[in-house]
Design a protein around this ligand. Structure first.
Ligand SMILES: [Fe+2]
Length: 317
């Protein structure tokens, strides 16, 4: 294993990849899997130090693509969590790993610098990292994320189904507005015939992949325990898109004015975003709080995932 101090680039980026990032599906290569930051021997202590309210745990149903029940982790320590991931069907999202792990933070800073070289409007201070640690047979249901992200595969193999972005036939405009404004969580209704329009790609250690901002996607692990870094960020363009959707939601639902255009340029768009910004500053448009998550399952002391007799509020938010 080599140290992050080496000065070779961590990923292959080019002006063409930079220009396509956030608007197209792109693939490239990285060497994060050669580094020690997220190597197996660091993971138990990293999980032990990570606050539980930032550690999402789900037991994706074997049956299907839209089942994503939350799991209460009880007193399990990092080593026990990793055992449960390798033996069972568990999906852990180590949210904001950069905020709680110095090595992750340093690595993220380097990834940001490399991307900033080919994405001139990348906004400093907007990057965040989530480490995904998931079982060989686990999956993530159909969903979309508000901000652009890049997925860096470190270990294991997964298949990613990517669906058309900004297309009401897959996710309605209202759902996208709710997501951007913070009123909804990321999951959306899925129908199996969506797959006829999906782009399907597989990634293994050393691959990175990104899809258009807000593009709905779902993930199926194919082989091995999967360790994946997900980095989110904002560009000037992605921030503008968020503001347009938030402005539309405010105009439609609070002021009952028709605002359907998702145009990100032009006078009407600029005036709408400006008015919304003013409403926010005056406290007339508040960011939403997504619904709380309740856990119906728990990880017991023997590492088995069992149903809870009464659902409880999840420890994570
Ligand atoms: Fe996602």
């Amino acid at each position: 294993l080599v140290s992050v101090e080496t000065h070779e680039p961590l990923a292959h980026w080019s002006p063409a990849l930079g220009a396509a990032l956030t608007s197209s599906v792109i693939r490239s290569h990285h060497r994060l899997a050669e580094l020690s930051e997220f190597a197996d021997d660091r993971l138990p202590a990293l999980l032990d130090r990570h606050p539980r309210e930032k550690l999402q745990a789900y037991a994706p149903g074997a049956s299907g693509v839209s089942d994503w029940p939350a799991v209460d982790l009880g007193a399990a320590d990092g080593a026990a969590l990793l055992d449960a991931v390798s033996l069972g069907t568990l999906w852990l999202n180590v949210i904001d790993v950069d905020a709680f792990d110095e090595q992750a933070r340093a690595l993220q800073a380097r990834l940001f610098d490399e991307i900033a070289r080919v994405v001139p409007d990348l906004l400093p201070g907007t990057m965040g990292s989530t480490l995904l640690i998931s079982s060989p047979g686990a999956s993530v249901p159909f969903h979309l994320d508000p901000e652009p992200n890049v997925l860096w595969q470190l270990q294991g193999r997964k298949r990613i189904y990517m669906y058309p972005a900004a297309n009401d036939a897959f996710v309605t405009r209202e759902t996208r507005e709710d997501l951007f404004a913070g009123y909804a969580r990321e999951f959306a209704d899925y129908e199996s015939d969506f797959d006829e329009a999906a782009l399907i790609e597989e990634v293994a250690a050393g691959d990175l992949i990104a899809w258009p901002q807000n593009g709905p996607h779902r993930i199926v692990n194919l082989e091995g325990m999967n360790v994946t870094l997900s980095t989110i960020f904002q560009t000037r363009r992605s921030r503008r898109r968020r503001r347009v959707y938030c402005a539309n939601r405010f105009l439609n639902r609070s002021l009952h004015l028709p605002a359907r255009s998702t145009a990100e340029h032009g006078l009407a768009s600029t005036m709408k975003v400006g008015a919304f910004g003013a409403a926010r500053r005056l406290g007339l448009a508040r960011p939403g709080t997504p619904p709380a998550i309740s856990a119906e399952l728990r990880l017991d002391a023997s590492g088995q995932i069992e149903p809870l007799t009464t659902p409880i509020q999840a420890e994570f938010v």
